[in-house]
Write a protein that binds this ligand. Structure first.
Ligand code: GLN
Length: 303
């Protein structure tokens, strides 16, 4: 019986994925084959001429055809790298995007400037897989993070990720809708509030890639009219939960930047309002600092 070597199989399957218009076909073929063989990509090259057994061949074919029909690579492998760590992902949660690492970067910079003995308190709204909260908890040993999500399914994944990275005792997972999750809990005032809420505008939904709209959880992406359904109430409510001098960081779509900035400015509650670009040079985060109590505070215009 003819056999397939690893090298031949990679060539044939990446050609196939290319014909199916899948992004990065060669890399995808390598990731899926190393997943099937429970090895890493380097060992594929070390065993380039070795034959594949029938069981692995069948398993690999199934993985390739799942990817060819649009299932996201990371749901197939069950993991996604974020902030150089491996996170479990499945269709209960959005697959963390590289640009969301900006939220982690911002939190770390802010935490460095906090000169206090007690632990730094951080609130993340809509934690999903927990990638942001876990990365921050891992980087800042003296912080405690309250991480909310309306989806208890998502909180299950976040819990697994927190345990996987040994930070579960510093992340408080809470189910509920935005700040509503904190109602009835004597929540502290936070040094940092951050969120990557659903912000895809309803009008943009149809233009999303098939693999996103057919496989990722819609409630984690769909931001309603103009994508502001969650961003607006977060901007309106955050100041009640922030310490004076505390910072808010929001991920959003570039076209939402000016609306969010103007909501923040017109509130009179914040200063140091800024826009932060992602790696493709488009505004992706908005940041603001709650004014210190002793600063001249213009009257709130009632956000
Ligand atoms: N950046 C994501 C996307 O374009 C959207 C994430 C979100 O809505 N929070 O798929």
């Amino acid at each position: 019986m003819p056999f397939w070597s690893i090298g031949e199989l990679l060539k044939a399957s990446s050609d196939y994925l290319k014909r199916k218009k899948i992004d990065s076909p060669r890399l995808t073929a390598e990731v899926l084959l190393s997943h099937q063989l429970a090895s890493d990509r380097v060992s594929l090259y070390l065993h380039f001429d070795s034959p594949i057994n029938q069981g692995d061949l069948n398993g690999y074919r199934t993985l390739i055809s799942r990817r060819a029909t649009g299932e996201p690579l990371h749901y197939i492998t069950g993991v996604r790298e974020f902030w150089s760590m491996e996170f479990l992902v499945d269709p209960r949660v959005l697959i963390p995007r590289p640009e969301t690492e900006l939220l982690v970067e911002c939190a770390l910079k802010t935490a460095k400037d906090i000169d206090r003995q007690e632990e730094i308190l951080i609130l993340e709204l809509g934690t999903g897989s927990g990638a942001v909260a876990v990365s921050i908890a891992k980087e800042i040993p003296d912080c405690r993070i309250w991480a909310t999500d309306i989806s208890t399914d998502a909180l299950g994944v976040a819990k697994e990720n927190a345990v996987r990275h040994g930070v579960e005792n510093r992340i408080v997972l809470i189910s509920g809708d935005l700040f509503g999750a904190l109602v009835g809990r004597s929540s502290p005032l936070f040094d940092i509030i951050l969120s990557n809420p659903p912000y895809v505008a309803e009008e943009e939904w149809d233009s999303l890639p098939r693999e996103v709209k057919e496989h990722e959880p819609r409630p984690a992406l769909d931001g309603g009219e103009k994508g502001m359904k969650f961003l607006a109430p977060i901007v309106r409510g955050a100041h009640e939960f922030l310490r004076p001098g505390g910072r808010l960081f929001l991920e959003m779509s570039p076209h939402q930047t000016e609306e969010i900035v103007s909501l923040l400015e017109s509130s009179g509650i914040y200063d140091d309002i800024g826009r932060i670009m992602d790696y493709s040079g488009r505004y992706r985060l908005v940041t603001a600092r709650k004014r210190k109590a002793d600063a001249k505070t213009p009257k709130s215009k009632g956000l």
